[in-house]
Design a protein around this ligand. Structure first.
Ligand SMILES: [Zn+2]
Length: 353
């Protein structure tokens, strides 16, 4: 094909990749590699600035753990197997696609120095120990949200089949307030973007905690199905996620909750996961899937109490991948180095296929 030869002219359309020193195309259109029987294209969306922030010395959420994943990418030469993107921050307008104007404005302006002036507003926005005000909070939010929006963009234009934003997955954030360490809901923003071209999006959440923010955002629609596996006893954070929460109006039966008790092991979890997800995918027929892989459901996590191994998570994510649909994978809860191990395990599943 002569036209493709000229398209491959290095001087015209290629940029220099800083890490590999190879010429790479600015844009390489690839349409669902799954369908053509090729290996899926995996992309990793990570802005190193996101690891510079911290919630406070004693707070269990530690964005610097994300830096470790970046080191793994380099140490294991994963950049040879997947496309790396440094996403730009989400713009104010992009955050407003889901969050309310006054809440975004509050996130933008409040700092540890001026927080005293906001005492009335802090209550309104549910600011407390779980969601403290820290330096650079707004920047941190726009960075991880930018990662999920970028990942959704690459799925939409066919440049990626599996797009990973390990700094995202902050599934508790609500339209008007933060919750459970989450200020901005990058998952909701990613799904909203996918809905511009995808008729139906499936959200699967295997974090220890109920994916309440995402469920609430799409509770009234039949275009997004949310499925969450989590610990539930009526008290455990966030207190929601019983089996009778199934959606409202048009969204009736498009929210599915699998409440679990402490101590579930790998085998039971994997069997349960497959027996729920298979009929969901074959009947709902999503055209894209977002999977939240909070590592706090793994055994021995600082906040966790399921008895799962990394293998169980890997098998669940791999099962979803086997349906050959465009998929976004986000991180989430997980407050030990296990989170980093899970990341590596998942990537190895993806790129060896
Ligand atoms: Zn969690």
């Amino acid at each position: 094909m002569t036209s493709s030869t000229s398209w491959l002219d290095e001087d015209l359309t290629f940029s220099n990749d800083a890490k590999t020193n190879k010429k790479t195309p600015f844009y390489e259109p690839i349409v669902n590699s799954f369908e053509s029987g090729n290996k899926p294209h995996v992309s990793y969306h990570y802005n190193p600035d996101v690891s510079n922030y911290h919630y406070g010395v004693r707070h269990p959420m530690k964005p610097f753990r994300l830096m470790l994943t970046d080191h793994l990418v380099i140490a294991y030469k994963l950049y040879e197997k997947m496309d790396l993107y440094t996403p730009r921050r989400a713009t104010r307008e992009e955050l407003l696609e889901f969050h309310s104007e006054d809440y975004v404005k509050f996130l933008e302006t409040v700092t540890p120095d001026n927080v005293n002036k906001y005492s009335q507003v802090l209550k309104k926005f549910n600011i407390g120990d779980d969601c403290p005000i820290f330096d650079g909070m707004y920047d941190y939010c726009s960075l991880y949200a930018g990662g999920s929006i970028d990942a959704s963009r690459k799925l939409i234009n066919g440049m990626s089949d599996i797009a990973i934003n390990w700094s995202g997955g902050l599934h508790h954030a609500k339209k008007y307030e933060p919750s459970g360490f989450c200020y901005v809901n990058d998952i909701v923003l990613g799904i909203l973007n996918l809905l511009r071209t995808h008729p139906r999006v499936l959200y699967i959440d295997i974090d220890l905690h109920h994916g309440d923010g995402v469920q609430e955002a799409f509770y009234l629609t039949d275009r997004v199905m949310t499925v969450s596996f989590h610990k539930y006893n009526g008290e455990f954070f966030p207190g929601t996620g019983n089996y009778d929460e199934t959606g409202v109006g048009k969204g009736k039966h498009f929210s599915l909750n699998v409440p679990l008790q402490d101590g579930i092991d790998d085998e039971s979890y994997i069997n349960l996961f497959k027996s729920v997800i298979e009929p969901v995918i074959t009947t709902f027929k999503p055209t894209a899937i977002i999977q939240q892989c909070g590592a706090d459901s793994l055994g021995c996590d600082r906040l966790g109490c399921f008895n799962l191994n990394i293998k169980a998570h890997g098998e669940c994510v791999n099962f979803v991948r086997s349906f050959g649909l465009p998929m976004m994978v986000v991180g989430g809860g997980g407050y030990t180095p296990r989170n980093v191990n899970l990341f590596l395990d998942l990537i190895i599943h993806f790129i060896q296929i």
